[in-house]
Write a protein that binds this ligand. Structure first.
Ligand code: ZN
Length: 106
């Protein structure tokens, strides 16, 4: 049995939580097919918000025989999108300005 390890600070609810694969993964072949770029949507266990994870693997590695969704679920640090929460902190300015800047950023 494979254990799911995908966790992150959810960009939507801000909670460090488990992300579960949500649908199938897509493989984008790179460098003539020697590299596989694997993309898959994941759903936050806390708020059901969706994130996208991406990892790269060599087509020749034994790990490439694992289904792309299960493989990506076990990647230690995939690239997550969106990267940040929908707002952004601006700690060095007065609060009324940082709040407006955060809202403008979202
Ligand atoms: Zn969430």
């Amino acid at each position: 049995m494979m254990l799911a390890v995908a966790t992150r600070d959810c960009w939507h609810c801000g909670v460090m939580t488990h992300m579960a694969p949500y649908g199938g993964a897509y493989i984008v072949p790179l460098d003539g097919g020697t590299i596989q770029q694997v993309w898959c949507p994941f759903r936050c266990d806390n708020c059901n918000g969706l994130s996208i994870a991406m990892g790269r693997r060599l087509s020749s590695q034994p790990a490439a025989r694992i289904g792309p969704t299960a493989w990506l679920d076990q990647v230690a640090e995939p690239k997550w999108l969106p990267v940040h929460a929908s707002g952004k902190d601006f700690p060095d300015v007065p609060e009324h300005i940082s709040q407006a800047a955060s809202e403008a950023y979202a």
